[in-house]
Design a protein. Structure first.
Length: 138
């Protein structure tokens, strides 16, 4: 199918997860397991395709590959850490015990963050589809 189309399919799975969790108010077992399958499959395909896109971008310039992969990994770890800190600092419960408000808080976070990032990534992917990133030879 190609890297970009497979990435788009992964994005659609993640956005499908966000929509399903947003619409289903019951939060039953079928919602949890079904949504987890969508999120897992979408996230895995996005991760693999982003690494493949990076390898394509590096191409023959393998001397800088370690720096590129290291920078991507560092940026990913920092963004995830800051995201977790932000989410944990804004949760409605002030104690370690979880209250009923936490359930809906974390549901809303999962919907807004994964859905928002999925839509933003789809928009970025559209720009790459129309104008691919490549090294120009002079």
């Amino acid at each position: 199918m190609g890297i970009s189309i497979t990435y788009l399919v992964g994005l659609l799975l993640v956005v499908g997860f966000a929509v399903w969790v947003l619409v289903d108010k019951s939060m039953g077992a079928e919602t949890i397991y079904g949504a987890a399958v969508l999120l897992g499959a979408g996230s895995a395909s996005i991760l693999v395709m982003s690494l493949s896109m990076t390898a394509t971008l590096i191409g023959e310039q393998t001397g800088s590959a370690d720096f590129v992969y290291g920078s991507m990994s560092l940026t990913d770890k920092l963004a995830n850490g800051l995201g977790v800190l932000l989410i944990q600092s804004t949760r409605p419960c002030g104690t370690e015990a979880c209250c009923p408000d936490c359930i809906w808080f974390y549901r809303d976070i999962m919907v807004s963050v994964t859905g928002g990032v999925g839509v933003a990534a789809a928009l970025c992917l559209c720009t790459i589809l129309f104008r691919p990133i490549r090294i120009r030879k002079s």
